[in-house]
Design a binder for this molecule. Structure first.
Ligand SMILES: Nc1ncnc2c1ncn2[C@@H]1O[C@H](COP(=O)(O)OP(=O)(O)OP(=O)(O)O)[C@@H](O)[C@H]1O
Length: 258
């Protein structure tokens, strides 16, 4: 934990509910039933709710790297998206964040028809760099991503890249900037072992630059290597929050028992 405890993200009783429209059985959603609902002012039976995150509270500090762990569907990605401001928190709770948290992979909307190089430039500009700064960064980002390891891919359109290559480029663009809060969802697991090592080092560097990093991963090793604190979510509820070793132990015992 950082010496000076400066909060970067505060979640206060955060509830996140997905509302799924049009999930009714056939016949429930035709024009006549819609009209009846309008006249009788009843709510659509076609809206179903998934309560993905249930009253989550925590404080993250500058300099911390926090792993989010838990079973499939436990709400980890949902929580990340809410921290990034991409999903609303229900009334009565809130998530406060310093600066503009960046969710890796979502913020960098890459264009399939443009070359990797052009995408790097656009990504840098979108993150607020000046054209001169962006130009300066291009080579370093391409090198870091390793997409040119098997030929000159950076000048080819993105659609010629494998999904792993695209993910690596996305990570490299996002990691070129100092972030107040960087949110990483499984991104480290997409690259090969060599890239994973490099990106873990970059996460450590970003942390050293006084940002806060959240990492969602099913790779226990990635979490152990990068995060000294972990939050375990299960069915949308925090089951444990503390030093990674202790939280992992509890989680593993739960997995074994279930
Ligand atoms: N776009 C969506 N619309 C409706 N429900 C969703 C949506 N995305 C996720 N959910 C539901 O919200 C719950 C939490 O999902 P979430 O993706 O946050 O879990 P996760 O912990 O990240 O899972 P995983 O480990 O499998 O990636 C699940 O029940 C899931 O079905």
């Amino acid at each position: 934990m950082a010496d000076e405890q400066i909060p970067t993200v505060i979640a206060d009783n955060a509830h996140i509910i997905y509302r799924i429209h049009g999930s009714a059985t056939p016949g429930q959603n035709n024009a006549l039933t819609s009209f009846k609902r309008l006249v009788t002012r009843t709510k659509s039976a076609a809206i179903r709710e998934v309560h993905a995150v249930k009253g989550v509270s925590f404080v993250a500090y500058r300099g911390e790297a926090i792993g989010l762990i838990g079973s499939n569907g436990s709400g980890k990605s949902t929580l990340l998206r809410a921290i990034a401001g991409l999903l609303p928190v229900e009334r009565g709770g809130a998530i406060y964040a310093a600066g503009q948290p960046s969710l890796l992979g979502v913020n960098a909307a890459l264009m399939n028809d443009l070359s990797g190089e052009r995408n790097v430039t656009l990504g840098c500009l979108a993150m607020g760099m000046s054209p001169a700064q962006a130009k300066e960064q291009v080579d370093e980002i391409i090198n870091f991503s390793g997409i040119n390891e098997r030929g000159d891919f950076s000048s080819l359109p993105m659609r010629t890249y494998s999904s792993g290559m695209a993910a690596r480029l996305r990570f490299s663009i996002a990691a070129a900037k100092k972030h107040d809060v960087l949110l990483i969802d499984e991104a480290l697991a997409t690259g090969d072992a060599k890239f994973r090592k490099r990106s873990e080092q970059r996460v450590r560097d970003l942390r050293a630059q006084a940002g806060t990093v959240f990492l969602v991963s099913h790779s226990e090793q990635s979490i152990r290597d990068t995060c000294e604190r972990s939050i375990w979510l299960e069915s949308g509820v925090i089951r444990a929050d503390g030093p990674t070793n202790a939280v992992m132990k509890e989680y593993e015992a739960f997995v074994k028992a279930s």
